[in-house]
Design a protein around this ligand. Structure first.
Ligand SMILES: [Zn+2]
Length: 390
């Protein structure tokens, strides 16, 4: 008994130190004024950031908050500086932590790249259902609305001219750019750098190229650096600048060089993944991204396209035994004692809890999740439906 308690205690201490060593933004989100009518929402603990531009024709919001409570917090912070409604929601990258809060701001116009518009048009019924019911307080506005009704999309660049302000949206063309859009304010020198502008966080690129490739990142970073921004809002992490963008270029080049060297030594992929690290950037968040980063670079350097992942739907019931990242990552212990690592996405249809942040250890859960064939689901299996049982 004592041993178990003290082991748990040591683990807690270790986790505390592990956390303290990482470069993370604060425990609560910050709302920072960057120029006249321009604000950054800096997500808590390196969660997704957002950008707010106030004009006398409405607010332009870039990205929508990491989870429902964050989206509500973001909306409240916008209200604290203007009475203007949010009329445009720009999605800088089509991932749940950037797009997931969009229903809260409807009926605003959703401004996305053409590729993202195509993805939204292909949303499955469960995804539209989950989009609609994410904010119960908006149920009335959303009952007949689907994101596809609200779209304004563009192929490479578009300039919004609102209330005398110029807001430039651009996409860096690349076959594997999944629709990332940077937002540039030439008058104030403020840039939302979209996916590529990571700071203090290991990038989340994946062998299915669903977040682009490292080469795509380099192309994007080159275009961002050429603008010479005064201040950069990265997708995640604290406010940054051109020096940080350059650091990201160095990071990507070093990561590619490491994999290239191991390939030249004829190491097989599993060994490359095992040996790969980015310890030169030790205090950066999310070392869990290393496996996929190494495998993605290996594919790129081998001249391969994305892994095409096929999945089967699997159901499981059991009890939640661990919860991390505010309910994003779960461990479900099934009745026969097996641990299943699950990942709640912004598309997950949750019943019996308001949102993923309300999940608690010990809850009885029924989950329907996607099991990929021949693919390392390094962050867990994506959940389609999650039912919390009474
Ligand atoms: Zn993100």
């Amino acid at each position: 008994m004592f041993a178990a308690v003290s082991r748990g205690f040591c683990l807690a201490i270790l986790l505390l130190f592990a956390d303290a060593a990482l470069a993370l933004t604060g425990e609560t989100a910050e709302f920072v004024k960057l120029a006249n009518d321009v604000y950054a929402y800096i997500g808590k603990r390196n969660d997704a950031n957002a950008m707010v531009i106030v004009t006398n024709q409405g607010v332009v919001l870039v990205d929508t908050g990491n989870s429902q409570p964050d989206t509500r917090d973001l909306a409240a912070k916008i209200k604290s500086v203007t009475d203007q409604p949010v009329r445009w929601v720009v999605i800088s990258q089509y991932h749940g932590d950037h797009f997931g809060g969009s229903p809260y701001f409807m009926p605003a116009t959703l401004v996305v790249h053409d590729r993202v518009a195509k993805e939204i048009a292909a949303m499955k019924p469960y995804q539209v259902k989950s989009w609609r019911k994410r904010f119960p307080e908006k149920a009335e506005q959303l009952q007949n609305l689907s994101p596809v009704d609200m779209l304004l999309s563009f192929p490479d660049r578009i300039t919004l001219k609102l209330g005398g302000k110029q807001i430039e949206l651009f996409y860096v063309d690349d076959v594997y750019n999944t629709g990332d859009v940077a937002v540039w304010l030439p008058e104030s020198g403020v840039l939302h750098g979209s996916f590529a502008a990571y700071k203090d966080r290991h990038p989340d690129v994946r062998p299915d190229y669903s977040h682009g490739t490292t080469l795509t990142m380099l192309k994007q970073l080159e275009a961002l650096i050429a603008l010479k921004p005064r201040v950069v809002i990265p997708s995640h992490g604290p406010l940054s600048n051109v020096t940080d963008l350059q650091a990201m270029v160095d990071y990507v080049l070093l990561a590619r060089q490491k994999v290239r060297t191991m390939m030249a030594d004829n190491l097989p992929l599993p060994e490359i993944i095992k040996r790969f690290h980015m310890n030169e950037f030790k205090d950066w968040d999310r070392a869990t991204h290393f496996d996929w980063l190494a495998e993605t670079i290996h594919r790129e350097l081998s001249g391969l396209g994305p892994i095409i992942v096929t999945t089967r739907d699997i159901s499981a019931t059991g009890e939640l035994t661990s919860i991390a990242e505010a309910g994003r990552n779960l461990t479900l212990r099934t009745s026969d004692g097996k641990d299943v690592r699950l990942r709640v996405t912004s598309d997950t249809d949750i019943e019996g809890a308001a949102d993923r942040t309300q999940l608690k250890i010990g809850m009885k859960i029924a989950a329907l999740y996607k099991m990929p064939d021949d693919f390392n689901a390094a962050l867990g299996f994506d959940v389609i439906e999650l039912n919390v049982k009474p």
